[in-house]
Design a protein around this ligand. Structure first.
Ligand code: HEM
Length: 540
């Protein structure tokens, strides 16, 4: 939705004028040479274009000009964000806090975007008209390059079909079946970590790395029915490949920005390591997934065991081709592994800063699971963990304060409306869980503080978990988005996190093992502490 006057068009007009003046010398001022005249014409056109784009078009002609806008240009703020290393989404939060709005703000950067801040317009985009908005072509192309045509990358009718046929693998009864397996890995994770502590100086461990191993093992078993044993075996090929992809690095950030801005083929032609690394590691991961799909098909055919994993359910549904199964598996591995690891890492960070919540949670868990790490036969772990107020309050508050995907972009694929406002095709939209989850208009003056108590209600003297955190709308919590393009794995992720946090808190007490100023949220795909998270653990 940008101006018809663009740099290439204005350059073309200027060149045409120069050619005309060359053809008709009588029209030229006699005292100026042609080169001087050409330079002057180009300069006048470019300065006019700049004035048009910065001061006239956005405020008097842009179709979205009537939405409230910040009083400053985003370019100056972006520069400050880069300098001060504030996390992605923080700049937009400052915009939302300082610009009175009804849920839609227009921001001008190198192009125009609508930033959505409140429940009404979020519901329109995510639930009422989700297929009027799609991922931007550049983002989709990047996803397809890595994950093929998995659920996260497809659009329109293709997406509707896939989502409908994948949903059964994530229904509540299915997740309930997965709890004991998740618990087993969570306990193994803490046991191995306990062993590591003996060799670790001062009980120091790097939590991001360990979180990634635990969640990779859980997704391996739940998605493929295969234990990668990455917790025990750091040299596993799949583990190494995933660690390589997700390790935050400046060169990767630059690669993503270039992929957003220039054609993918062009960027991939550049002779740099990061493009080659992406290509090679994704090809390795794809080959491993293809092998696992093949083996699983054979095992199902031989009726070797009772298969409850996601891949088995998709194979048995007979709705997916071989390539589609591989694409879906790659998608679940990518979407369901680092995301959950990031939340586990941030939860341990928040609990390191708030030791009283750590010990309250431990007491709650000891009462609920007195035989830890054993579960008496017949224990309904899902029912036990899903009702614990401290566990769920802490999890919800971590998900709120450190949403794994801090910012997501959409483009209107047709002329449509948001909250009754006309929005032309091509309009780019920013939805930011970081903004919405921390917005004082939705959460009150303590929006940015860690207060798990907001998710706990006392009824007749008994503490119970609530699902709203005291906010007036479900849309105030955007971590998993909502609607048919929201996270299909939300229930899975919550189950897994309950197990991991519970086992961790029952096994260890901890404090921060680094300068708190060094704990900086950032990262390329998921929101991670860019300098890692060192914790000082002791067994309890
Ligand atoms: C705490 C952990 C997780 C968080 C915060 C999270 C967050 C999200 C978000 C924000 C999206 C929408 C992305 C966008 O459209 O820009 C998404 C989509 C998705 N997530 Fe998750 N996710 C998590 C865990 C999982 C898990 C465990 C799985 C699978 C086992 C999973 C599978 C997916 C898939 C397949 C999609 C695409 C859905 C679609 O477009 O229909 N996620 N997730």
């Amino acid at each position: 939705m940008d101006s018809n006057f663009t740099l290439p068009r204005v350059t073309l007009i200027a060149l045409l004028e120069i050619m005309l003046l060359k053809e008709y010398p009588e029209a030229r001022p006699s005292q100026m040479s042609l080169p001087a005249l050409a330079a002057a014409i180009l300069a006048i056109h470019y300065i006019s274009l700049l004035i048009w784009l910065m001061f006239i078009y956005p405020f008097y002609f842009h179709p979205l000009r009537n939405f409230p806008a910040p009083k400053y240009t985003l370019i100056s703020r972006t520069w400050r964000r880069i300098r001060t290393k504030t996390p992605p989404g923080q700049l937009l939060l400052e915009v939302a806090e300082s610009t009175p709005n009804d849920g839609i703000i227009v921001v001008q950067g190198h192009s125009t975007h609508l930033v959505i801040t409140k429940p009404g317009p979020l519901a329109d985009i995510l639930v009422h008209r989700p297929y009027d908005f799609a991922k931007l072509d550049s983002v989709r192309e990047f996803l397809q390059q890595s994950l093929g045509d998995g659920l996260i990358a497809v659009e329109g009718d293709r997406h509707k079909f896939m989502r409908k046929n994948t949903q059964p693998a994530f229904k509540f009864s299915q997740i309930k079946e997965l709890y004991p397996m998740m618990w087993k890995i969570a306990v193994t994770f803490t046991e191995i970590l306990k062993g590591e502590l003996q060799g670790a100086e001062g009980g120091l461990v790097e939590m991001s790395r360990w979180s990634g191993k635990a969640t990779l093992d859980i997704i391996g078993l739940a998605a493929f029915g295969r234990n990668f044993r990455s917790i025990e075996n750091p040299d596993d090929a799949l583990v190494r490949n995933y660690e390589e992809i997700f390790r935050p690095k400046k060169s990767k950030f630059a690669y993503f920005i270039l992929m957003r801005t220039f054609p993918r083929r062009l960027v991939n032609m550049l002779p740099w390591d990061v493009a080659r690394m992406f290509k090679e590691t994704m090809a390795n991961i794809r080959a491993i997934c293809a092998q696992m799909v093949k083996e699983k098909r054979e095992a199902i055919a031989k009726k070797e065991e009772n298969h409850v994993d996601i891949l088995s359910l998709l194979i048995k549904s007979d709705n997916f081709s071989e390539t589609e199964l591989i694409d879906q598996m790659l998608t679940f591995m990518a979407a369901g592994h680092e995301t959950t690891a990031s939340v586990l890492t941030w939860t341990t960070y928040l609990l390191a800063l708030h030791p009283s919540w750590q010990s309250d949670l431990r007491s709650e868990l000891r009462r609920a699971l007195p035989d830890f790490p054993w579960l008496p036969a017949g224990t309904d772990l899902a029912s036990v963990l899903e009702h614990l107020p401290h566990l769920n309050g802490i999890l919800n508050e971590s998900l709120r304060l450190y949403p794994t995907v801090p910012v997501t972009l959409r483009g209107a694929v047709r002329d449509t409306t948001i909250s009754g406002h006309a929005v032309p095709k091509g309009t780019e939209i920013i939805m930011s869980p970081w903004v919405v989850n921390r917005y004082t208009a939705l959460w009150g003056p303590d929006a940015t503080e860690f207060r798990p108590g907001r998710w706990i209600t006392t009824v007749n003297g008994e503490k119970k978990a609530n699902n709203t955190g005291g906010a007036a709308s479900n849309y105030a919590q955007l971590t998993f988005l909502h609607g048919p393009r929201g996270c299909i794995g939300q229930g899975f992720a919550r189950a897994e996190l309950r197990c991991l946090i519970a086992a961790f808190v029952m096994q260890f007490g901890w404090e921060l093992g680094m300068d708190p100023r060094e704990v900086v949220p950032g990262g390329v795909i998921t929101n991670k502490p860019v300098n890692g998270l060192r914790l000082k653990l002791k067994t309890v």
